[in-house]
Design a protein around this ligand. Structure first.
Ligand SMILES: Nc1ncnc2c1ncn2[C@@H]1O[C@H](COP(=O)(O)OP(=O)(O)OP(=O)(O)O)[C@@H](O)[C@H]1O
Length: 270
């Protein structure tokens, strides 16, 4: 169980995340929605401590994540993998090496520096790539891949960390509808097969509705909605997105929903 208690992050006079209280059970797939500047990225960055809180607690089990330092903090970052809109791979390195960097936390410093990996570590990385149907690109330089392929490699790198939580900050914002669907399907599969909690910032509403068990709506740093996709009325969604509502709803027509996500497929099957 991940528990956020009064979590706040201020930048000057702006409360990017403002007194957020949430409990996220293990194995949930959670979508965070909201207009630009609502605090979605800051919330994810607080969770893996890329940003430090101004106030409040982040509890995982009975540990306060906000207080971790040194090796404990590095271990937490390893437990809490993150993928980004811009993939963040090292373009000049091959795909397999990029995935293996997900294991760096576990390695002694000399092996990390020399990038020496055991056959078992390599096999694990290839297996992670294979789950994303990317094993055939293992020896290719990452920069030669398409955006959708790079995001799948980034997910494989996250899997190589054997995380407890997977954070995804706008993972499909740079992708075309087909690749967006492949990436969201992969995240949902990992969530369901491995029981990894997935917390995902999403711009388009239908993607959040199609893939997530739970939707959290943010506005000016505050949580203004927390419920199931069925509980999120169109009126509430319109209020959360404000001036960006039309864009968020219209983009949905060309995003993963066009290629039909798992719920849409379930509806079709009925
Ligand atoms: N490093 C920073 N320094 C100053 N202000 C910041 C910083 N990071 C975020 N903010 C501010 O905090 C608020 C929340 O930003 P955040 O990026 O978390 O929103 P968001 O919902 O993720 O937006 P977007 O969808 O555009 O990425 C904004 O007002 C932003 O300008």
């Amino acid at each position: 169980m991940l528990k956020l208690d009064n979590l706040t992050r201020r930048f000057g006079d702006t409360a990017a995340v403002d007194r957020v209280n949430l409990e996220i059970a293990e194995g949930q797939m959670v979508g965070i929605i909201g207009r630009s500047g609502a605090g979605k990225s800051t919330l994810l960055r607080l969770l893996n401590r890329l940003t430090d809180p101004s106030e409040g607690q982040i509890l995982f089990g009975n540990r306060d994540i906000a207080q971790l330092k040194g090796r404990d903090l590095r271990q937490w970052r390893s437990d809490c993998a993150m993928i980004f809109q811009q993939f963040n791979l090292v373009g000049r390195l091959d795909v397999l090496t990029n995935v293996l960097t997900g294991r760096l936390f576990d390695l002694p410093a000399w092996r990390a520096l020399a990038q020496i990996y055991t056959p078992a570590e390599r096999a694990f990385a290839v297996q992670a790539l294979d789950r994303l149907t990317m094993a055939h690109t293992a020896l290719q330089r990452a920069e030669t891949l398409s955006g959708g392929q790079q995001q799948r490699v980034a997910i494989a790198r996250a899997l190589a960390q054997e995380p407890k939580i997977l954070l995804a900050d706008e993972p499909i914002a740079s992708l075309d509808p087909l690749n967006a669907k492949i990436v969201m399907d992969a995240l949902r599969t990992i969530n369901q097969q491995d029981g990894i909690t997935v917390i995902c910032n999403l711009h388009t509403l239908d993607t959040a509705r199609d893939y997530c068990d739970r939707i959290i709506g943010m506005q000016a740093g505050r949580v203004v909605f927390d419920g199931t996709p069925a509980q999120l009325t169109q009126g509430m969604a319109r209020e959360i997105y404000g001036a960006e509502a039309d864009q968020a709803f219209n983009e949905a027509a060309t995003s993963t929903s066009l290629a039909s996500g798992p719920r849409a497929r379930a509806k079709e099957a009925v």
